[in-house]
Design a protein around this ligand. Sequence first.
Ligand code: NAP
Length: 296
Amino acid sequence: MTENEKLTVSVLGTGIMGAAMARNLARAGHTVRAWNRTRDKAEPLTADGVQVAGTPEEAVRGADVVLTMLYDGAAVLEVMRQAVPALSSGTAWVQSTTASITAVAELAGLAREHGLAFYDAPVLGTRQPAEAGQLLVLAAGPVEPRPQVTPVLDAVGSRTVWTSDDGTSAAATRLKLVANSWVLAASSATGEVLALAQALGVNPQDFFDAIAGGPLDMGYLRAKAGLVLDDRLSPPSFAVRTAEKDARLIVEAGRDHGVRLDVAAASADRLARAAAQGHGDEDMVAAYFASFDEPR
Ligand code: NAP
């Protein structure tokens, strides 16, 4: 397979990330077939030349590469079990959903049973980089079939970091969970800074001015705080419910490997509380609301 060869790519899951990835694959000239549990959400992709399929099986038939971008490992397992009967041996599977280390091993096992080349390939970056095809892809998987998946990774991301030639090791997912523990801590801290400032009668701008240009200043803090202060929490880049799932994956991964992650556990609880208050579909920084007893 040459670098410029056009592929048939199946995208399973067209949420925030999957829809953007499907669009960029179509823009890169690949034939893209997408499936989403709620079909209506996939339909707008037809305007970009993406074919929308009624079942996972229909979406993957004859594909060179299957890309999964679903909520979690359990959803991927359920959907791929439906899809695999239609896949021929040798098809490459790029698994980009953020899943647990255990789930990645299970998915790799399913791939092995069916002779698929499995790539553990989570991504760093959110809605806007996904729409711009500028994700950072973290990837682990066999060397020999990489030319088959490289055009797909290049269409959705600006860079791919290869972590291992063994997808079953979940080496890429391990790095993703480490990175997301930082993202979640920063987002939770942003919410608490704003809640504390409000409670103490401090203008958040005075805090931003105080740290401006110094080592404590951070673009991410400014960007996420802006979403709360300007009431721009919908549509989300990364929803509260999805972030809670990731926080729990991180706590579980730490526990399974002998470390206690109190900050990630607190983030998970704050996100769950914000979801219970009705903010589950808003951007993750809406965990800010969990600081207040009265629903807002
Ligand atoms: P999203 O918009 O909520 O999309 C989730 C997708 O999963 C939807 O297509 C949803 O289908 C589908 N789904 C959920 N449960 C399912 C099930 N049981 N069976 C079949 N399909 C199911 O989430 P997202 O933000 O795109 O995230 C997708 C994945 O990327 C997650 O693992 C997330 O952690 C990861 N991620 C997200 C970001 C981000 O910033 N958003 C960044 C990096 C990685 P319906 O439309 O029918 O609900």
